[in-house]
Design a protein around this ligand. Structure first.
Ligand code: PRP
Ligand code: URA
Length: 209
């Protein structure tokens, strides 16, 4: 069973509460999402392997520790997942970025795929899939399936707010994929929006409503 990690650090919780507030506009929403993504990235990379290298400090020789050549990729689910890329890239500047375009059909709430572009060696990379909202879980689950079909074997999912339904769906479909969230909310409404949630993440990031 994949593990659910809830990042309950006070700074993450504080920033998320401002994002949830209906009075918060797109500029602040975007900035806060970037900041939270960096902070969550710190946890998501906590277990990256280290190796020893020999260096000279200005004082003496030492054996120092560096990340051991682990290749990473960040894969946002368009559109809203884009809002989490810059924060992660600040932390992981050499990561490659792939894109998966999915939108939810308004009636069926099923994801519809419209774009996919990956680094050529995606199957050799640890992949962090980003999407602020894990609602029914259909979009994240489909994105992970697409990556597995391309040969990826090491995938983590990073969301901001999750509904229990979405967590259950991803855990059932992808028991090998750990999920990182800042909050596990109460439920979905009849339009499959998360309650209390933060509304439509894509619209709030890009000001399209
Ligand atoms: C939203 C959100 C997720 C998806 C979550 O995207 O960004 O991708 O819905 O819902 P699910 O877990 O039920 O699949 P949306 O379809 O609104 O597209 P957008 O990001 O382009 O606005
Ligand atoms: N997509 C969003 O942007 N928000 C939700 O609450 C559910 C799906």
């Amino acid at each position: 069973m994949s593990r659910l990690h809830i990042i309950d650090h006070p700074m993450v919780q504080h920033k998320l509460s401002i994002m949830r507030d209906v009075r918060t506009g797109s500029k602040d929403f975007r900035e806060l999402l970037k900041e939270i993504s960096l902070l969550m990235g710190y946890e998501i990379t906590r277990d990256l392997p280290l190796e020893n290298v020999e260096i000279e400090t200005p004082m003496k020789h030492m054996t120092a520790r560096v990340i051991s050549g682990k290749k990473l990729a960040i894969v946002p689910i368009l559109r809203a997942g884009l809002g989490m890329v810059d924060g992660l890239l600040t932390l992981l500047p050499v990561a490659k970025v792939g894109h998966i375009g999915l939108y939810r059909d308004e009636t069926t709430h099923e994801p519809v795929s419209y774009y996919c572009k990956m680094p050529f060696d995606i199957d050799q990379r640890m992949v962090i899939v980003t999407d602020p909202m894990l609602a029914t879980g259909g979009s994240s689950s489909d994105a992970i399936t697409m990556l597995k079909n391309m040969g990826c074997t090491n995938i983590r999912l990073m969301c901001l707010v999750a509904a229990p339904e979405g967590v259950k769906r991803v855990q059932k479909d992808h028991p090998d994929v750990d999920i990182y969230v800042a909050a596990l909310d109460e439920e979905l409404n009849s339009d499959a929006y998360i309650l209390p949630g933060l509304g439509d993440a894509g619209d709030r990031i890009f000001g399209t409503k």
